[in-house]
Structures are given as structure tokens and as C-alpha cells.
Design a protein around this ligand. Structure first.
Ligand code: ASP
Ligand code: MG
Length: 416
């Protein structure tokens, strides 16, 4: 008997019709003898609708109450899907995150899963039930409802699959897999059959919205067999793998772009040991993720530091910076949110030179100015002006040869 955790995102449960379609699919798999946990998101648009209500009532509300509100979106879907399953003769039971006891820390709005109590769920599975779990939510030590951040239902699914030892975790969404670039921007973008977990992690954190980054981290940590596929049409989707088959690895696996970042600069910092920490320490204490970082030394013994954060964190980060600037005697703080980040990702970079120059050449030919550059072993990111995103992504997709018919491109294994 196979044991599968399935997750359906907002568009996949966005209407009565769609919920019925999911129920048909689940009922069929159940009849085939599969053991199933189904994790669902809120119906599409619901989380945003709830957020807008909260904004209208009180922009300065506590994060605790925001979580109480937002968690209701998923609660609606678990009940509706369970009812739809019952109508098909399937013994189904729904649980909220706190009912399962998905224990999290107490960072409302971005809580991390600490532990999952699997007793109740296991008991139901043993009795042949389909278990339907609300994604995106948990409960802290004190019993407060928490949420896991936007897109967090993916993480619920992967965490449940890890905790209960599922044979596969399937993330059903509105695209049929992971693509070489956003198909809305690049019409000839290709679906990838497989992608390594490292590449997926980079792509997710670099802006590919298909999986929440944390779910990929979780999958990597526990080696959860993970597949992304469409709930609208059948197909193999994209399998996340844990081994690189270096023989068949394409040079680049994907191009991600992200318009959600803002660039902050602090100028005229006294150039002494410890200043980077004095500046970035307090930013991270606010749980703000810092992404690209550049430090430059200027002639007069001072230094400039530029880094990017999520746009939503821009205001808080600017406030923090202004205070630090005063404390350490830096001259000026400025912010710019008209930027976008574009990244090329591929484990093939490890054994291949020249990828950066291909990238920079393609951008130069389009007259796109690069504002920042950051690299890791398997990715190169550039920040450019917002208005160039689409042009840049298309140019890069072409520069790496994806506009041509698929060729069995192989790279030589590293020569010992
Ligand atoms: N409903 C939540 C959101 O829109 C969580 C999810 O869908 O994964 O972010
Ligand atoms: Mg999602």
C-alpha cells in the first residue's frame, strides 16, 4: 500500500467545482487502496480577502489576531473537502493545524514547525480514513494559533510527509511542474522532469513561486520524495531529486526573477572591524532576511553597505538602519524598491566555467545595467531596474540556448 501526502493549493480548491474535482481524484486514489493525507490551502483569493479586512479594521493590529483570522481560510476548505469526500462514500476527517497539533514557535505570521504529533492522524489512517489537514497553520506552546507565512501549506504537507514517513509528497498546483523560467514571460519555457533539491531551493528562494522555500528546506533535510504537479491536467510533473546525475545535468536548470525586493544603502560608515555586524545584527534580530550584500570601501576611510530585503520589510529595516546610522556615525541611509533580482541556477555551474560571462554579455547586449551581483556555487543573481525584468529573463533564456529545440545536452563529468 502506498502512503501519499497530497497538497492542493488555492486555485485547485478555488470553487465548489474545483473542490468536487479534488474529491473525485482523492476518492479514486482511496478506492485504489492508497493511504492519503490531503493538505489544503484556503480557496484562492481568500487569504488576501481576509488580510484586506484586517487592514481596514486595524493596520496596527497584533500579529496574534492576524493569525487567528488568516487560519480560518484553510478551515473552510478542510470542512468542504471532507464533506465532498463523505458524499462520495469516503470516510474523511478534517483537522486544523492545532487539532493535529502541529507545534510551532511563536513567531506569528512566519512560524516554524517544531514538532508534529502524529498519533491522531495515524489512528485515522489505520481505520481507513482519509485525513484532511488545514495547511499553513499550527499552534505554539501556549496554545496560540500561528501561521507559517504565505505559501505555507506546502510546508505543512512536506512536514507531515516527513513526520509520518509518506512514500511521496505531491504538491498539486495550477502549473504542471517546475519550469525553466516563468512561462508567462517566456512562452517557450520548458517543464523540467527533475530538479535537484539544491536547485529547487535556490529557485524557490529566488522568486519561483511554485513552492514555499521552507517546504524545500524541509524536504531536503528529511529527504522527502517530493513532486510538483498540476491539479488541472495529468502528467508526471517535476520530481525533486536528492542526487545529481552529473551525466545528464543541463548547464542551467532555471531562471528565477523576483520583484519583491528592495535595496537599502547606508553610506559613510566608519570603516572599523565589527560594523557589518553592528548594522546587520539588529536587522536580523527583527527576523528580516537579508539577501544580496555589497560592501564597498571608499577613499576617505569610510565604507558603504548595500543590501536587499523583502519589500514588506523595507520600512522596518529603514527605521532600524536610521537608528544604527546615528549610533555609529554613518552619514546617510537610502532605500530603493524599483529593483528586481534575476538569477540563473544550475548545479552544472560547479563543473563549468563561463556562465557568468554568458549572463553578463546577454544583459549588456540588451543595454541592461547591473546594479548588484551575488553568486553562490550554483547560482548567479543580478539586481537590475524593475522595468527590465521581462526583457532580461527572455534574453537569458535565449542566451542559455533554451529557445532551441531540446537537445540531449550533457556536460562532461569532472576530470579527476
Ligand atoms: N493560504 C495561504 C496563502 O495564501 C497559505 C497557502 O496557500 O499555502 O499564502
Ligand atoms: Mg503556493
Amino acid at each position: 500500500m502506498t502512503f501519499i501526502v497530497e497538497k492542493y493549493g488555492g486555485t485547485s480548491v478555488g470553487s465548489v467545482e474545483r473542490i468536487n474535482a479534488v474529491a473525485d481524484h482523492v476518492a479514486e486514489a482511496h478506492a485504489d487502496g492508497q493511504e492519503l493525507i490531503v493538505v489544503v490551502s484556503a480557496m484562492s483569493g481568500e487569504t488576501n480577502r481576509l488580510l484586506a479586512l484586517a487592514e481596514e479594521i486595524n493596520p496596527d493590529r497584533s500579529d496574534r489576531e492576524t493569525d487567528v483570522l488568516l487560519s480560518t481560510g484553510e478551515q473552510v476548505t478542510i470542512a468542504l473537502l471532507s464533506m465532498a469526500l463523505q458524499r462520495r462514500g469516503v470516510d474523511a476527517r478534517s483537522y486544523t493545524g492545532s487539532q493535529v497539533r502541529i507545534l510551532t514557535d511563536n513567531f506569528h505570521g512566519r512560524a516554524r514547525i517544531l514538532d508534529i504529533d502524529s498519533t491522531r492522524v495515524r489512528g485515522d489512517l489505520k481505520q481507513g480514513r482519509v485525513v484532511v489537514v488545514a495547511g499553513f497553520q499550527g499552534v505554539d506552546q501556549e496554545g496560540n494559533i500561528t501561521t507559517l507565512g504565505r505559501g505555507g501549506s506546502d510546508t505543512t504537507a512536506v512536514a507531515l510527509a516527513a513526520a509520518l514517513g509518506a512514500d511521496e509528497c505531491r504538491i498539486y498546483t495550477d502549473v504542471d511542474g517546475v519550469y525553466s523560467a516563468d512561462p508567462r514571460i517566456v512562452p517557450d519555457a520548458r517543464r523540467l522532469d527533475r530538479i535537484t533539491v539544491e536547485e529547487m531551493l535556490e529557485l524557490a528562494s529566488l522568486g519561483a513561486k511554485v513552492l514555499q522555500t521552507r517546504s524545500v528546506e524541509f524536504a531536503g533535510k528529511y529527504k522527502v520524495p517530493l513532486r510538483v504537479l498540476s491539479s488541472f491536467k495529468s502528467g508526471p510533473g517535476t520530481l525533486i531529486t536528492y542526487e545529481e546525475s552529473s551525466m545528464e545535468q543541463p548547464l542551467i536548470s532555471g531562471i528565477a526573477h523576483n520583484r519583491d525586493e528592495a535595496k537599502l544603502t547606508i553610506r559613510g560608515i566608519p570603516d572599523i572591524p565589527g560594523v557589518a555586524y553592528r548594522i546587520l545584527g539588529p536587522v536580523s534580530e527583527k527576523h528580516i532576511n537579508v539577501d544580496m550584500i555589497i560592501q564597498n570601501v571608499s577613499a576617505d576611510g569610510t565604507t558603504d553597505l548595500t543590501f536587499t530585503v523583502h519589500r514588506n520589510d523595507c520600512r522596518t529595516a529603514t527605521e532600524v538602519l536610521k537608528q544604527i546610522a546615528e549610533e555609529i556615525g554613518a552619514k546617510e541611509v537610502s532605500g530603493d524598491d524599483n529593483i528586481a533580482k534575476i538569477s540563473v541556477v544550475g548545479v552544472g555551474m560547479r563543473s563549468h566555467a563561463g556562465i557568468a560571462s554568458t549572463m553578463f554579455k546577454a544583459l549588456a547586449e540588451e543595454g541592461i545595467n547591473i546594479l548588484m551581483i551575488a553568486t553562490s556555487e550554483i547560482k548567479i543573481s543580478v539586481a537590475v531596474e524593475d522595468k527590465y525584468v521581462e526583457l532580461a529573463v527572455r534574453a537569458l533564456h535565449k542566451a542559455f540556448g533554451w529557445d532551441q529545440e531540446p537537445v540531449e545536452e550533457t556536460i562532461p563529468t569532472a576530470v579527476a
